[in-house]
Structures are given as structure tokens and as C-alpha cells.
Design a protein around this ligand. Structure first.
Ligand code: FAD
Ligand code: N01
Length: 538
């Protein structure tokens, strides 16, 4: 590695990691204010999630008209989404359009990984070290490094023995044709697996799905957006965006107040049927107000979904394996699929329950379970991410007073508003842990966070302060709020990547605020109006 140490490079106002939705909006917002900005991105181009996750079937499951930037009326008028849930390529094209339209690429250094970030207390600056050997200094460090950008390490026993084609959904680098005529195994049935399985089934000679935990898969009900719908949306965008900003989930809400047992079994079933037709995040799982609070109420929705699976899947044994029984509906991230359960009616598709027969090892051409062995030519890993802390810890963020971020968070994430953390001055996370990003339309949270962070920096600058840091007391108050809010729900007791339980050794603390983006926005705004109590300026 050449040493191109750039001590002569100018000190910038803002250093930023990542050129996804977060980094690009941060670049736009801060440079508009006249601040200097230096962004770094491992990938050769913009896009973040939508650059990396190019597996067949990848698309958003928050409707595109909501899952997009709201900061520019011109942008939302000139861009037209073709489908209710745009495919990955279209979302990536949109992000590229945004980068070009607002001339944002010039602020980023691509093919560049930030390997460490160190607070230089005397200079009151951050210094980032890059994998090129260079260093750069700046006043503020923004992490737009993503919640789902670090793939989970492969932990399938014996996977290193496998000699066939191996590909991961989060780093997809083959074409679907490469799987044509092959015996394919997919391991993992979260959102990524659910989206790619039906398409792989269409080309594979045989597809075996290795499923550990069956999840609830709702029909996505994707469809082209017709001209009339697009026109209606475009003429109403400001109101739609406002509704999203003040909603619980960052999408227009459909408030319900009655509980599952307030109505008769027949009425409940009818309502679930209608909700199933509607699908989306406001479908079955949101039909009654207590579904994520009361296990018995939840079970009525869960059993409704199991009934749907039994209706759709012809073979009773396959249906039994696919029926979710190990966690409440919605307490792990729900999945939205197209022809997901129908795919298991194809003669070339089988499903293996790893709960019944765990994988013991792999050979050069097979997966060996406790019960059988399955010959495969290609292996697709859809095993998920080391969410939130994975990318943050890889930044090796260090301050003299608090040490490394991973040490400060060894018992779980501790933040103020999911944006700042005590002991790490001038460090801001966009859509970080303990923000609403985990359970919302993430773009709403990203825009709100960047707006709030820049407002706070303006406030500090106006007072001649260079250093911004939350107090430990304010941080503990926020940790308590997030824990109490989630503690009332079924999320709190369900193993999931939300709680870090998909990664061996990771502390299992819930990594989001589930009180809703609207309420969160109000709390952030109130803090600003009150002059940011709990945040010290120096
Ligand atoms: P990312 O898009 O993850 O971008 C972070 C970038 O930082 C990456 O490009 C990464 O390479 C870069 N980076 C990280 N560390 C470093 C480093 N050390 N040095 C340099 N660069 C670094 N959310 C929704 O709300 N709705 C959806 O429908 C939805 N669909 C999704 C589908 C998939 C397949 C996945 C994986 C996630 C989905 N999400 C969805 C969540 C999604 O991650 C966010 O919506 C959003 O894209 C996050 O944007 P971001 O810019 O914060 O992070
Ligand atoms: O990852 P996941 P994902 N052996 O962690 C299994 C977003 N997203 O990439 O549940 C066998 O959800 C694991 O089993 P279990 C969205 O927020 C959105 O699918 O741990 N199996 C699980 O079935 C989503 O929630 C979209 O028992 C193993 C699966 O792999 C998040 O990204 C699309 C295993 C992992 O599921 C992550 O989704 C894609 C092992 N060793 C992603 N290790 C949209 O639709 C793991 N598994 C918008």
C-alpha cells in the first residue's frame, strides 16, 4: 500500500462515511449551507443498499412513492416510479439521478474504505484513516454507513468444503442464468430469501430451500403504477410527505383503536381477509391495535396466516414446514413476497426444515443434515446482516476519553436519539441504532436526522462552540425511553436481527425506537426548541 498521507489536505467541516441515501442527503444539505464535505464510499459508485443488493427479485417493500426523498419538490415532480414497489435497478437509477441532479458525486471518494476514525482532542478534529493509506481531517464525523451494509459472516457448518458456485444475496455477482439447470440450495428465508426464491425456482433444475425459522410472508401485491395514480400522487406530494413525517411508520397511517378480541371471531376473520388483500405494512399485522402487545391477540393473526399457507401450499407436509410457529407475527421483520408460497407447489422445489434436521456439514457437492444429504451445484446464502453495529464498529471509532465505540457499547448500544453517543464528540449517526430507522420507512428517518443534526451544528456555530457532545445522563434517559417503549411489545422477547440475536456473541438489546417517527420527530424538535438540554457545547 502506498503511503499517500495527506497531512496537507484541507481540514473539512464534515467527514462522512457512505454514499447511500444517508450520505447523499448529508452531502446535499451540508454543502448547500456552504460547509466543506468529504465523503468516502467503499463501493465504486453511489447507492449503498441498492448498489450492493442486486439479487433477483430485490425491490423495496415500502411503496416507492414514500420510499424516496422528499427534500426537493422538483425532484419528486420529475421522477416517475414505474411500479408500486420499484425493483433494485430502478431505485439505483433514482439514486444515481439524485447524485447527478444535485452534483453530489464530486464530494465523495469512491473505492475507499474508512478503516479508522480518531478524535484528536487537542485539535478538536476527527481524523479518518482510509484503506489507501491517506488520512483526512474534519470537524464533524457523520456515519451514513447504513444499518444493513455489513453482511453476516458465513456460519454454515462445513461451508468451506463446498466446491460449487457460492453467492450471497448481499454481494450478488452472478446472473440468474448462471443458476439455470443447476441444483440450487438457498439458505435463509428472511426478506432477501423470500424475494429471490421464486425467481431462482424458475430457472433451477431443482431448488432446495433450507429454512431455519419460517417467517410470515405476505403477498406484496406489486403492480405497475398507472398514469392516473402517478398524477394523483404528484399533485398531492407535499401533503403525502407531511403525513409520512408525522405517522408511526413513515408511511400514511391507517389508525386502528379496537383490539383483536373486541370483535367476534367471524368479524376478526373477515377483517384479516380484507387486510390480507390490502397487504403491506398496514395489512394483517396492523389490523388491531394490540397485535404487537398481546400474545393471544397476535396468535389470532398468526393462525390466520398459517391458514393461508395451508390453503396455498398443496402438499400438507410442505405447508407444515412453512407455517411460522416460533415467533409472533410482526415481531421479526415481516416479509413481502410475490408467489412465495405458490413456489413450493412447483415439482422442482423442496423445503428442508433445519429445525427438524440441522446442517451438520457440507461436502464439495452436498449439504449434509442430521437426517439426509442433498446434492447441490450452487449455494445461495441469504443469511442476513450484522445490523447497525457491524458497520459502525468496523469504523474503529476511538476517542481519548471513551476508547473504542465497541468497548463503550460492549453491553449494547447507548445513544441519545440514535444520533449521538456520550464520549464521542462531534460524531453523528444517520439512521443509527435507537433511532426509528429499524422499524420505519428509513428515508423519512434519514432526512429528519440530517436536518436535525445540521440544525444542532448551526446552533453550536452560532454560539461559537466547536464541540458538541451529549451528556451521559441525557443518553441514559433516551436508552430508558427506547427500552420502556419496546418493553411493552412483543419485539422485546423475540429473537431477531432487531435485537442482535442473529450474531453469535452480540449483546441482545433492541436496536430501535418503536414509538413512531412522528412522536420521535416531535421529541427531537422539542429538544431543539428548548436549546438542546442534555447536549454540551464547548
Ligand atoms: P446504506 O444504503 O447501507 O449505505 C451505506 C454505505 O456506506 C454503503 O454503500 C457502504 O458501502 C458504505 N460504507 C459502510 N462502511 C463504510 C466504510 N467503513 N468506509 C466506506 N464506506 C462504507 N428500508 C426501507 O425503509 N424500505 C425498504 O423497502 C427497504 N428495503 C431494503 C431492501 C434490502 C435488500 C436491504 C438490504 C435493505 C432495505 N431497507 C429498506 C433498508 C435500507 O438499508 C435503507 O432503507 C437505506 O437504503 C439505508 O441507506 P443508508 O445510506 O443509511 O445506508
Ligand atoms: O436477512 P434476515 P435478510 N443457517 O436476517 C437464516 C431488509 N431487507 O437479508 O431466522 C441457516 O432477515 C435466518 O434464519 P433464523 C429487511 O429489513 C428488506 O433476508 O435466524 N439459516 C433467516 O431465515 C430485512 O429484515 C427487503 O433462524 C440461517 C435468514 O437466514 C433485512 O434487510 C429485502 C443461518 C436471514 O434473514 C435483512 O433481511 C431484503 C445459518 N447459519 C432485505 N444464518 C425488502 O423486501 C442465518 N440464517 C424491502
Amino acid at each position: 500500500m502506498t503511503d499517500t498521507s495527506s497531512s496537507t489536505a484541507p481540514v473539512v467541516d464534515v467527514l462522512c462515511v457512505g454514499a447511500g441515501f444517508s450520505g447523499l442527503y448529508a452531502a446535499h444539505k451540508t454543502t448547500e449551507k456552504g460547509w466543506s464535505f468529504a465523503g468516502f464510499e467503499t463501493a465504486p459508485s453511489v447507492g449503498g443498499t441498492w448498489y450492493w443488493n442486486t439479487y433477483p427479485g430485490a425491490r423495496c417493500d415500502v411503496e416507492s412513492v414514500y420510499y424516496s426523498y422528499s427534500f426537493s419538490e422538483e425532484l419528486q415532480q420529475e421522477w416517475t416510479w414505474s411500479e408500486r414497489f420499484a425493483p433494485q435497478a430502478e431505485i439505483l437509477a433514482y439514486i444515481n439521478h439524485v447524485a447527478d441532479r444535485f452534483d453530489l458525486r464530486r464530494h465523495f471518494q469512491f473505492n475507499t474504505r474508512v478503516v479508522s476514525a480518531t478524535w484528536l482532542a487537542d485539535e478538536r478534529l476527527w481524523e479518518v484513516a482510509l484503506d489507501s493509506g491517506e488520512t483526512r481531517r474534519g470537524r464533524y464525523l457523520l456515519a451514513g454507513s447504513g444499518g444493513l451494509s455489513t453482511p453476516k459472516d458465513v456460519d454454515v457448518p462445513g461451508q468451506e468444503n463446498f466446491a460449487g458456485l457460492t453467492v450471497s444475496t448481499s454481494r450478488w455477482n452472478i446472473s440468474l442464468d448462471d443458476l439455470a439447470g443447476k441444483r440450487v440450495a438457498v439458505i435463509g428465508t428472511g426478506s432477501s430469501g423470500v424475494q429471490c426464491i421464486p425467481l431462482i425456482a424458475e430457472v433451477a433444475e431443482h431448488l432446495t430451500v433450507f429454512q431455519r425459522t419460517p417467517n410470515y410472508v405476505f403477498p406484496a401485491r406489486n403492480a405497475p403504477l398507472d398514469a392516473e395514480t402517478v398524477e394523483k400522487i404528484k399533485s398531492n406530494y407535499p401533503a403525502i410527505r407531511e403525513e409520512c413525517r408525522h405517522s408511526p411508520g413513515g408511511i400514511p397511517d391507517r389508525p386502528v383503536t379496537d383490539r383483536a378480541f373486541d370483535v367476534s371471531a367471524e368479524e376478526r376473520h373477515e377483517r384479516y381477509e380484507k387486510a390480507y388483500e390490502r397487504s403491506g405494512f398496514l395489512g394483517v399485522g396492523a389490523e388491531f391495535s394490540d397485535l404487537l402487545l398481546d400474545p393471544e391477540a397476535n396468535e389470532t393473526a398468526a393462525e390466520f396466516m398459517r391458514g393461508k399457507i395451508r390453503e396455498i401450499v398443496d402438499a400438507p407436509e410442505k405447508a407444515r414446514v412453512l407455517e411460522p410457529r416460533y415467533h409472533p407475527l410482526g415481531a421479526k421483520r415481516s416479509c413481502f413476497g410475490t408467489d412465495y408460497y405458490e413456489t413450493f407447489n412447483r415439482p422442482n422445489v423442496s423445503v428442508v426444515s433445519l429445525r427438524d434436521e440441522p446442517i451438520e456439514t457440507m461436502t464439495a457437492d452436498s449439504i449434509v443434515t442430521s437426517n439426509d444429504f442433498y446434492q447441490v451445484d450452487a449455494l445461495v446464502l441469504a443469511i442476513g446482516f450484522d445490523a447497525f453495529t457491524g458497520p459502525l464498529f468496523a469504523l474503529n471509532i476511538t476517542t481519548p476519553q471513551a476508547g473504542k465505540l465497541q468497548d463503550a457499547w460492549s453491553d449494547g448500544t447507548r445513544t441519545l436519539l440514535g444520533i449521538m453517543t456520550a464520549g464521542f464528540p462531534n460524531f453523528f449517526m444517520i439512521g443509527g441504532p435507537q433511532s426509528p430507522a429499524l422499524v420505519s420507512n428509513v428515508i423519512v428517518t434519514i432526512e429528519q436526522a440530517v436536518d436535525w443534526i445540521t440544525g444542532l451544528i448551526d446552533h453550536a456555530k452560532a454560539r461559537g462552540a466547536e464541540v458538541i457532545e451529549p451528556t451521559s445522563e441525557a443518553q441514559e434517559d433516551w436508552v430508558t425511553i427506547t427500552e420502556e417503549t419496546v418493553g411493552q411489545t412483543l419485539y422485546a422477547s423475540t429473537d431477531s436481527w432487531y435485537r442482535g440475536s442473529n450474531i453469535a456473541g452480540k449483546p441482545t438489546t433492541f436496536m430501535g425506537y418503536v414509538g413512531g417517527v412522528g412522536k420521535y420527530r416531535r421529541m427531537c424538535a422539542e429538544l431543539a426548541e428548548r436549546g438542546y438540554p442534555g447536549i454540551t457545547l464547548d
